[in-house]
Write a protein that binds this ligand. Structure first.
Ligand SMILES: Nc1ncnc2c1ncn2[C@@H]1O[C@H](COP(=O)(O)OP(=O)(O)OP(=O)(O)O)[C@@H](O)[C@H]1O
Ligand SMILES: [Mg+2]
Length: 589
C-alpha cells in the first residue's frame, strides 16, 4: 500500500472517531467490559472439559466433585448472562445516542454552510448523503459492538488457550487464519473503486428524484413524466448491475474462504485424533479444543462478513464525514461587532466578484456609496448583477477583491448573525414554509403578537386576501407556498421583511408579480416605512424606482450610470433614458 493510500485510510478512522467523539468514553468502557465477558465465557467450556475428563475416569467417590463442577458450570453461564445484560445496556445507550446526535449535527452543519454550498449541492444529494451515511455509521457501530470486538477478543483468547493446551493446535490455527484474512482483505481492496462509483451514482439518483419532484409542475406541464421516470430508472439500473456484480463476486470468493476454514477444521480433527490415540491428550481436551476452534472459525467468518459490509458502506460514511467537515468560505469573526442599530451607510470599494471562474465576473470594480436612510434603486438588464450585488451586502458571498463597508466598518468585522438580523430582504423568489400564513409572516420574529402580524400584513397589502382565506391567518399554504398565487407570496414576503423591523431593507423585484394597482399601494407603503431606514430596490419597472434618491444602472457587472430620475432621464444617449423610452413605448406604465 502506498503511503498516500495508508494516510487516507488512517484518515478515515480518525475522522470517524472525531465524528463519534461524544461516544468515545462509552466505547472504551464497553471494550473493557467485553474483555471481561469474553474471559468469563472461557470458563464454561473449560469446566465442561474437566467434567468430561472426570466422567471418562469415573468412580463413585467423585460424585460430589461432579456436582460441584456442574454447579460451577451453571454459575459461569449465569455470570455471562448478567455481564451480557450490562454490556448490552451500554451498547444500546451508545447506539441510540449516535442515532440521535449524528443527524442533529448534520442538520446544524447544513444550516451553517453558506449559500454557495447549497447552490452547488442538490437537495436530494444532501438528504441521501445524511440518511445513508448516518444509517451506515450506526450499522457499523452496532456490528462492531455485537460482533467485531467480541469476536476479535475471542480469537485472541482462543489462540492463547490453544497454544497453552498444545502448541500444535495453536500452530494449525495460526496457519489458516492469515490466509483467510488476506483473501478477505484483497477482495475488498479490489472492489473499492466499484463501490465508490456506486455510491456516487446512488446520490445522483436521489438528486434526480428530488429534481423531478421539486419541478413537478414543469414536468407535468410539458408531459415529461415518462422521461423523468426513465432517467431515474436508468441510473438505478446501473447501480443494480454494479451491485449484482459486486455481491456475486463476493459470494464466489466466499467459496474459497469456506475451503480454507474447512481445511483448518479437518487439520484440528486429525491432529486431535492422533494425540488422543497416542495418549498425549484426553478426549475432554479434544472436545475442548474442537469447541474452541470451531467457535473461532465461525468468528473468523463472521468477522470477514463484517469487513465486507464495512468496506461496502465506507464510501457512504466517507461522504457523510466529508459533509460534516465541509468548510464554510464565509467566516464569522470571533467577537464580531454586534450592532444595536445600523445607520445604513453602505460603501462598495472596488468590489469584484465571480461565482466560479475568474474570467466570468458577475461584478466588476463596483464603487458605490449609499448614504444612511436613503432610497437607492438598482436597475438594468437581466443577468446584470443586481441580485448578486444585494447578496454581497448580506455577506452570502464575499468579494474576490475590494471591500464593502457598513457604517464605515468592513462587513467582515461584523458578527454575521447580528448584522443580518438588522437587515431584511424580500427576494426575487419568496420562500414559503409549509405552515400557516401567520408563521410565515412572523418567521424572523416568532414571538410577534397577532396585532403586529396583522399590522405588517396591512402595510404589505396582504391582510385583505388573507382574511378571505378559509382559515384566515391560520391557513396552511403548502410546501413552498403552492397554495398561494405569485403576488400573494410576494406580499407575504414583504410582510415578513417588515416584521423583522430592519434598518436596511432590500426589495429584489418585490413587486414584479403584482398588478399596477397593488404595486401602487405597496409603493405607498414603502414610502411610509422608509422613514429612518435605508432601502435598496431592485426593479425592472422603472415606475417603481422613480422616487429613489439615487438610481444605479448595472450592466454586465458594471455600474454604467448613476443619478436620480431627472438627471438620468435627461442624459442624452444614456441607458436609463433609453430604457425609459422603451417602457413608455411599450406602454408598460
Ligand atoms: N449562484 C450562482 N452561481 C453561479 N452563477 C450565478 C449565480 N447566481 C447568479 N449567477 C450569474 O451571475 C450573473 C448575475 O446574476 P444576478 O442574479 O445578479 O443578475 P440580476 O441582475 O439580478 O438579473 P435579474 O434581473 O434577471 O434578476 C448572471 O450571469 C448569473 O448567471
Ligand atoms: Mg436578480
Amino acid at each position: 500500500m502506498s503511503r498516500e493510500k495508508r494516510k487516507k485510510k488512517e484518515g478515515f478512522w480518525s475522522e470517524l472517531l472525531d465524528l463519534l467523539a461524544p461516544s468515545v468514553k462509552t466505547m472504551k468502557r464497553i471494550f473493557i467490559l467485553m474483555i471481561f465477558v469474553e474471559a468469563v465465557k472461557l470458563v464454561g467450556p473449560y469446566l465442561l472439559k474437566v467434567i468430561i475428563d472426570v466422567l471418562t475416569d469415573f468412580s463413585n467417590d467423585r460424585v460430589f466433585l461432579l456436582l460441584v463442577l456442574a454447579g460451577g458450570y451453571f454459575l459461569s453461564l449465569q455470570a455471562v448472562s448478567i455481564l451480557d445484560y450490562l454490556q448490552y445496556k451500554k451498547v444500546f445507550r451508545m447506539l441510540i445516542n449516535i442515532e440521535y446526535y449524528l443527524p442533529v449535527r448534520a442538520e446544524k452543519k447544513l444550516m451553517d454552510l453558506p449559500l454557495s454550498y447549497h447552490e452547488k449541492e442538490g437537495t436530494g444529494n444532501k438528504i441521501i448523503k445524511i440518511e445513508k451515511g448516518a444509517t451506515r455509521i450506526i450499522d457499523l457501530m452496532a456490528n462492531a459492538s455485537w460482533e467485531v470486538v467480541p469476536t476479535l477478543l475471542q480469537l485472541v483468547a482462543t489462540l492463547a488457550v490453544l497454544l497453552a493446551v498444545n502448541p500444535w493446535f495453536g500452530a494449525v490455527f495460526a496457519f489458516f487464519s492469515p490466509i483467510f484474512i488476506w483473501i478477505t482483505y484483497d477482495v475488498n481492496r479490489k472492489l473499492y473503486p466499484i463501490r465508490k462509483r456506486r455510491w456516487k451514482r446512488n446520490e445522483e439518483s436521489y438528486g434526480k428524484m428530488a429534481q423531478s419532484i421539486i419541478n413537478i409542475n414543469t414536468v407535468k406541464s410539458f408531459a415529461q413524466e415518462i422521461r423523468e421516470a426513465r432517467e431515474f430508472k436508468s441510473i438505478k439500473k446501473k447501480i443494480r448491475d454494479a451491485e449484482f456484480r459486486e455481491w456475486f463476486y463476493l459470494l464466489k470468493i466466499g467459496l474459497a474462504r469456506n475451503l480454507v476454514i474447512d481445511l483448518g477444521r479437518l487439520s484440528i480433527l486429525f491432529l486431535g485424533a492422533y494425540f488422543v490415540w497416542s495418549g498425549i491428550e484426553t478426549i475432554g481436551t479434544l472436545v475442548f479444543v474442537f469447541t474452541l476452534s470451531e467457535k473461532s472459525y465461525l468468528s473468523l467468518y463472521r468477522l470477514s462478513r463484517f469487513y465486507d459490509k464495512l468496506e461496502e458502506g465506507k464510501e457512504a460514511v466517507g461522504r457523510f464525514i466529508k459533509l460534516t467537515k465541509a468548510k464554510s468560505n464565509i467566516i464569522n469573526p470571533q467577537n464580531g461587532i454586534k450592532p444595536e442599530r445600523l445607520q445604513g451607510k453602505i460603501e462598495f470599494k472596488n468590489v469584484s466578484f465571480s461565482y466560479k471562474k475568474e474570467d466570468e465576473k458577475a461584478l466588476r470594480n463596483i464603487n458605490l456609496k449609499i448614504i444612511p436612510e436613503s432610497k437607492v434603486a438598482l436597475v438594468g438588464p437581466s443577468g446584470g448583477g443586481k441580485t448578486t450585488l444585494a447578496r454581497m451586502i448580506y455577506r452570502h458571498y464575499d468579494p474576490k477583491s475590494g471591500e464593502i463597508l457598513l457604517d464605515g466598518r468592513n462587513l467582515k468585522d461584523y458578527d454575521i448573525y447580528s448584522m443580518r438580523k438588522k437587515m431584511a430582504i424580500v427576494p426575487q423568489e419568496v420562500e414559503i414554509f409549509d405552515s400557516s400564513i401567520r408563521d410565515n409572516i412572523s418567521y424572523a420574529n416568532p414571538k410577534a403578537g397577532f396585532k403586529e402580524i396583522q399590522a405588517v400584513a396591512r402595510v404589505a397589502n396582504a391582510d385583505e386576501f388573507i382574511q378571505k382565506l378559509s382559515n384566515g391567518y391560520d391557513t396552511l399554504v403548502g410546501e413552498r407556498g403552492t397554495r398561494l398565487s405569485g403576488g400573494q407570496r410576494q406580499r407575504i414576503g414583504i410582510a415578513r421583511a417588515l416584521l423583522a423591523n430592519p434598518d436596511i431593507i432590500i426589495f429584489d423585484e418585490a413587486t414584479s408579480n403584482l398588478d399596477s394597482q397593488s404595486e401602487r399601494l405597496i409603493q405607498e407603503a414603502m414610502e411610509r416605512i422608509s422613514k429612518g431606514r435605508t432601502i435598496i430596490i431592485i426593479a425592472h419597472r422603472l415606475s417603481t424606482v422613480k422616487k429613489a434618491d439615487k438610481i444605479v444602472v448595472i450592466e454586465e457587472g458594471k455600474i454604467i450610470e448613476e443619478g436620480n430620475h431627472c438627471e438620468l432621464s435627461e442624459s442624452r444617449g444614456g441607458v436609463y433614458a433609453r430604457l425609459l423610452k422603451l417602457q413608455k413605448m411599450g406602454d408598460i406604465e
